[in-house]
Design a protein around this ligand. Sequence first.
Ligand code: TXA
Ligand code: MG
Length: 327
Amino acid sequence: MILENTPENISRAAKLLRSGGIVAFPTETVYGLGANALDAWAVSEIFRIKQRPATDPLIVHLPDLSRIESVADLSSPTTRRRLEQLNRFWPGPLSVVLPKQLCVPDAVTAGLSSVAVRIPKHPVALALLRACEVPVAAPSANPFSYISPTTAQHVVDNLGAEVSIILDGGACKIGLESTVLSITSEVPEILRPGAITAEEISAVLGVKVMRSLGTVAQGSAPAPGMLREHYSPHTKVELWDRSDKLHRGRVAFISIDGSQPAGGRQRFEIVRTLSSAGDLEEAGSNLFSTLRELDQLGLDLIVVDTCNREGLGAAIMDRLTRASARS
Ligand code: TXA
Ligand code: MG
């Protein structure tokens, strides 16, 4: 059930989390499906509801840095220094992979010796995290490998029967999942591009971060952000290769900045523009909701525009490449 984000409802949701229940809540990136990260049974419910393979680790959400050492091991001076530098991005759309504390159940980390930690910026998420007083493990609140939800209604559409509290926080401002950055080895590595860009992180850490190549075969992946087919709608998606190729059937086109195949033979049943001003932030925030909307129309194909992989463009192209990877 969708609940308005009143103080009473936030406190009800916090109680449910503390007693081992599951709560869907808004963040500035996407909606999350939360459970007490220290309660292995509650965490296993997340995997059941999402139909998520147990090999796929979760992000642990905290309201601030004060209790981060209850889940992450900061005994290495380099880790501590880097985390202090990265703290300028928090609260915000960044998840940092750190060595974990033993008390974090294997269910959360898929048995890895590291844990991903994030302090989100959404006021409802922060209020909930403060009120529940436990670290909250939360993946995106979508069925495994479907598009992440950016509104409370998206969560209802996919998981409504399984989740008793869905806190409403409006449409997510960023609309793309957080940047996942690992600092567990010498060279920091971006495992999933997001709104905090490689360029920004390199500048703050004073070292060039690696960008993970990001695709490993389905089934053999340690991290789902790295699965090739992820974030896919049911409808086939193809990247616009700027040719005048003719597609059969009912075809939609998603334009990033308003540009679209001009004067060609192809007829598009629907054209959607993510940002007519060509603003990548606006485009990113509209991407998942547009894919979901078009996915309900029973089309034969969605052709999507591409953009430069610089800055936020890296995150947008990452999601589009994965959405189009299903053959
Ligand atoms: O924006 C977000 O990050 C949202 C909101 C709810 O916080 N959460 C989210 O979670 O997108 P999820 O589970 O859909 O994606 C988490 C990503 C996965 O790619 C996972 O592999 C990676 O983080 N991850 C988590 N723990 C990890 C670890 N210990 N090592 C490497 N990657 C990890
Ligand atoms: Mg996800």
